[in-house]
Design a protein around this ligand. Structure first.
Ligand SMILES: [Zn+2]
Length: 492
């Protein structure tokens, strides 16, 4: 049952589920053409793991046979704000609306430089959306760019007063958290993983989908206000040498509508970004090549990096010499979080054998154990005695971004059965067969406490063969699996 959305959202929702003869589609197209700010979001059917327990030990079960490349987007949400400042939210049922009627207007919207597009980590949505349209209409019907794009995560950090030059905080905030902190609105998360391919969509799903897009507009309002206030104050101080609070108050409380001024244009120029999909983004990872190109053209990577920090050579691991066909990594102390994330997707990722390793010690360990050193320390790249391709500088700041970056750069094809197949604590492998509760209780004696709430739940337990740590599918488990499936682009 859907939980009642409370309080009632401050916007009207149009469900678009027919072709051009229905009233909603023309209305949508009209709004898109007139909009100055459009918030975007998409939903697709979530992929769930089967009832089976955590992935078996590496190599014990066959990789999935060619899963479809990307999930099909079944719902697209667009919240438009027009010249008048009024908002309209459209929930577009992509299973019902003829995609041919939608493709050109959408592409036009995405590429219009005077219409600001807002999204929350929208690149993945764009990849899936593009795949959905090309699957239905042919390869010419892809989307390969969004111009004048603003990511709400960046807006959030700006609003929280984060210095743009500084390292971003470790945690990636969810949209729900961002909405709660900035707007004091709580988005229900319960429908996030509901079946978005089921029809008819429930009222709860429609409202949920609509609010995900709508609140991006509200967040943008805050941003717009803050930018405007700050810049006005700066310019006032510059000209009169006097701080002028009145101007600031005027612009932060006048309740102006965000689109009625040319100010939007300057915001687009100053703050917006582009999402470019390279050819490689739209292919299965297994067939990805020339990842270097993608990294260097990806406009989202705005930081400037020394070209020498890019991965230069062929994969340094050789499947013919055994191993599981994946590179092994050594994560420098600064990125131990990445090591845990890599383990979560089944990749062998060690950490330094001593607490404060010298560069030479790190490189020795990498060399001895046949690992690629992952680091954020650019100094490590300077060592002359370094073998080629032994070290890679991680650019991402957040663990999830770092994981995606490593997967991309090293062209790792992560199949579902690799998820949660390694001990996150010590990098060890799991036993071949799960333990029953009784066996787990025995194994945990004097070592680990198994919460009594698990006793009646018929769970399987997995033991690390190295450190004996026990694992089971706790409440966080399924959330984590979902997250990693999306980071790894694991198909349905
Ligand atoms: Zn372990």
């Amino acid at each position: 049952m859907d939980p009642a959305p409370a309080p009632p959202p401050p916007f009207a929702v149009h469900l678009v589920s027919g072709g051009s003869s229905s009233p909603e589609l023309p209305l949508l197209l009209q709004s898109l053409a007139a909009a100055r700010v459009v918030a975007l979001d998409a939903e697709w059917k979530p992929r769930r793991r089967g009832a089976s327990a955590p992935g078996p030990v590496d190599g014990a079960s066959p990789a999935l046979p060619n899963p479809p490349l990307f999930p099909t987007v079944t719902v697209l949400q667009l919240a438009c704000r027009g010249e008048e400042g009024c908002s309209e939210v459209f929930v577009v049922d992509l299973l019902a609306v003829p995609l041919a009627d939608l493709w050109a207007p959408l592409r036009q919207l995405f590429e219009r430089p005077d219409a600001l597009k807002l999204g929350f980590r929208f690149k993945q949505d764009l990849v899936y959306l593009s795949a959905t349209f090309t699957a239905a209409l042919g390869s010419d019907s892809r989307f390969d760019r969004v111009e004048a794009f603003l990511d709400v995560t960046n807006v959030y950090y700006y609003l929280m007063g984060h210095d743009r030059q500084k390292r971003l905080p470790k945690e990636t905030k969810s949209l729900a958290t961002i909405c709660e902190e900035l707007l004091n609105v709580s988005l229900s998360k319960e429908l996030q993983c509901s079946d978005w391919s089921c029809r008819p969509l429930s009222e709860g799903q429609i409202q949920y989908a609509a609010s995900d897009a709508y609140y991006l507009l509200d967040i943008f309002d805050l941003f717009h206000q803050k930018v405007r206030t700050e810049e006005k104050c700066v310019s006032t101080m510059e000209t009169s040498d006097q701080h002028c609070p009145q101007r600031a108050i005027e612009c932060s409380s006048s309740g102006y509508v965000i689109c009625s001024d040319d100010y939007l244009t300057s915001i687009i120029t100053k703050y917006s970004d582009r999402i470019l999909l390279a050819e490689s983004d739209t292919k299965a990872r297994s067939s990805r090549r020339k990842q270097k190109q993608k990294l260097s053209t990806d406009a989202k990577c705005k930081e400037k990096f020394d070209c020498n920090t890019e991965w230069q050579g062929p994969p340094p691991w050789d499947p013919s010499v055994g191993g599981d066909g994946y590179p092994k990594f050594l994560c420098d102390v600064m990125i131990e979080g990445l090591a845990k994330h890599l383990r979560c997707v089944g990749i062998d990722a060690a950490t330094p054998s001593c607490k404060k390793p010298q560069p030479r010690e790190l490189l020795n360990q990498a060399y001895k154990e046949g690992r690629i050193l992952l680091t954020r320390d650019i100094k490590l790249l300077k060592y002359q005695y370094l073998a080629t391709n032994q070290v890679y500088k991680v650019k991402g700041l957040l663990k999830h971004d770092q994981l995606a970056e490593v997967i991309d750069t090293f062209q790792l094809k992560i199949s579902e059965d690799r998820l949660m197949s390694r001990c996150t604590k010590c990098n060890g492998s799991f036993i071949q067969k799960p333990l029953t509760l009784e066996e787990a209780m025995e194994a945990s004696k004097g070592f680990q406490v198994i919460p009594s709430c698990l006793f009646n739940r018929n769970l399987e337990f997995w033991k690390c063969t190295d450190c004996n740590q026990l694992y089971w599918e706790g409440t966080q488990y399924h959330n984590a699996v979902q997250k990693f499936m999306s980071v790894c682009n694991i198909g349905e």
